[in-house]
Write a protein that binds this ligand. Sequence first.
Ligand SMILES: Cc1cc2nc3c(=O)[nH]c(=O)nc-3n(C[C@H](O)[C@H](O)[C@H](O)COP(=O)(O)OP(=O)(O)OC[C@H]3O[C@@H](n4cnc5c(N)ncnc54)[C@H](O)[C@@H]3O)c2cc1C
Length: 454
Amino acid sequence: MAAGSSQAADVAVVGAGLSGLGAAKALADSGHEVVVLEARDRVGGRLLNADLGDGVQVDLGGQWVGSDHTRVQGLAAELGIGIFPQYGKGRNLLDVAGTRRLYRGTIPRLGLGVLWDVFVARRRIARLAAGVSAERPWAAERAAELDGQTLAGWCEANVRTPIARELIGLAGRTVWGTGPEELSMLHVLFYVSSAGSFDKLVDTEGGAQQDRLVGGAQALPLGLAVSLGDRVRLSSPVSRIEHGDDSVRVFAGEVEVEAQRAIVAVPPAIAARIEFDPPLPAQRQLLERHLRPGTLNKCVALYEEPFWRADGLSGESVTDIGPVTLTFDCSPPDGSSGVMLGFVGGPEAREMEAMAPADRRDAVLACFEKLYGPRAAEPVDYAEQAWAGEEWSGGGPTSNFGPGGWTVTGPALREPVGPIHWAGTETATVWSGYMEGALQAGERAAAEILRSVR
Ligand SMILES: Cc1cc2nc3c(=O)[nH]c(=O)nc-3n(C[C@H](O)[C@H](O)[C@H](O)COP(=O)(O)OP(=O)(O)OC[C@H]3O[C@@H](n4cnc5c(N)ncnc54)[C@H](O)[C@@H]3O)c2cc1C
């Protein structure tokens, strides 16, 4: 289709992330005319591969496939993309409050009091999450009370030892890209409920960090885009959607698509920049202001070899050294070179944004050096991705509700507005915030349309 043209379709999809592409593929497979409008000059949204030199692929966005991420596993198999386990041999490191400990598995070796505290907190969270449905968190029995509390406030009241509170906060900075003082406790419970358990969120083996994709996770949307062909229009930021009872007109620069339905598959805070005519209901507009993207930076350093393995270390560490709070060995499957990944999330990520690029690199490498020794200070290459500064993402890994968000605006999350349907990982009820959730949300939005369109 030439620029400046108008096109008719059954469905216009806004956003060529995994969710929008998954929805478009389902609709195209059912014989519907689909157009996908993507703002960037690439597909994949929060999935982004980078080449660190000599063909070493790293993921600067989403990367892990969880043990029960069946949709992602199925799509990878369909596209012929291999899956391999996250490297996990050797011991993990915990470097918190100036003390260094080595451990295996998810739970660090801590004093018995702290261990008990962490165990009790996890059990309490599991019990509370069992009463919160991922479909309707606002309808939980204690919804108002839990939504009025932050994760930090809940920990203050329920977790005795400061170190156990610190550990939960550190985990939260990576899981949500947000400090515990900014997160609604009801949101935490919704997230746990959509993942199945708190343990699955933080575990490697058997959890969300179990496997990686050969060639990087962006291979998934790239593969979907190939099968959709010229139905995907890049560099087409949607700025306006006019909607009637049974039709939409979607405007993206010079392009105009007239369709029966639209699926908006972009993070809610980013959808807020689209002009809707007539305007969206007040509760939906409020939701787009409340559901805020987290702040998560990925910092990756390339080395000639994964030298920490020879020291018996897995490369996984939890630390409050700063600015990095969590590291992982993200070397290629054959270990032919070493890639160390560091996450900087929440308030630290915002602080880092104000620093010059060279200072940011120095700060991250200084942290790697403290954890893994002097060789960590001398990488062959280094890359960093700050998602909060990305115009069409606004942050990551997902969007979060602060206090009051779910109970005031939650019911508008998936509720179609006339012919406009909502997708994107934020709207998922299974593994919300993850690639699996993005696919589930796309699947659900496509199914809504298949039920309503001739
Ligand atoms: C640092 C980081 C680490 C992560 N780690 C993991 C992980 O290990 N495992 C995992 O499963 N998940 C992970 N995630 C989350 C995962 O990446 C996301 O859940 C998933 O990619 C979201 O897909 P989506 O399609 O819902 O949204 P997006 O990927 O955000 O796609 C939305 C698309 O819409 C486009 N767009 C926005 N506005 C407009 C507009 N007006 N017009 C047209 N197009 C528009 C955007 O450019 C984008 O392409 C991580 C994310 C980040 C940022």
